[in-house]
Design a protein around this ligand. Sequence first.
Ligand code: 13P
Length: 283
Amino acid sequence: MLYNMKALLEKARESSWAVGSFSVANMEMVLGVLKAAEETQSPVILQIAEVRLKQSPLEIIGPLMVAAAKNASVPVAVHFDHGLTIDKIKQALEIGFTSVMFDGSHLPLEENIAKTKQTVELAKEYGAAVEAEIGCVGGSEDGSKDIAINCTSPAQAVEFVEKTKVDALAIAIGNAHGNYKETPHLRFDILEEIKSSVDVPLVLHGGTGILPEEFVRCRENGIKKINIATATFDNVQQSVRRAYEEGNISGYYDLQAAEVEGAYRNAIKHIEIFDCAGKAHLI
Ligand code: 13P
């Protein structure tokens, strides 16, 4: 069932669970994530970032994601992650994505606000939700840049939400994309201040490598969407490698099954930590 992302996040706000937003690059990852969501009866978000379209063109993977969501027995939102250009955001909306992110975190605040407002106006025409980012999450989605972490200013978060009317706000509290060099310890003081000052669901990027107990504290303090990308890609690779080492691959379709299995196991693990299992019926 294809759902607007707002419906999932607003329901999660009523309690302490959060929705997993899993980055996918091919059909096998889509199948693995949805198998986990259906088995655990969890709402889920499928996403792809603009920088990943080099490998997975939007006009091909986009319709696949939307079709898979429609075909699923649980609520699934399809999200365009880290949109950088209005053109690509519009293309995602045309394809049927139910949520888009405009990432202006690298821009001066006023410009981030102006471009986010433009995205909100555009998404309205399609009935889709909008996520934006303020402060800077470290690293970059495809590892091509080593962006420094710049924690979100709670005062700027208030101004940003008031002026843009976004549906979800991604914040920086010590989180970064990719595998962390050292175990991250998030700034819960900043999270709590933002949570008490803005009235929107918050988003945590850079989910790979965050400790389970920190995820729990996040979801108890207003984080309602948690992005996981690197862990999915790593788990798919490891699953395939293990299947070869154990002699379980004797043809292409065994390889395909190992990919699905890797994405499935990773999604199951996170759905449990996010306490999202069994929540599908609430939406
Ligand atoms: P990770 O690759 O660290 O899981 O980050 C995912 C993410 O935030 C995608 O936007």
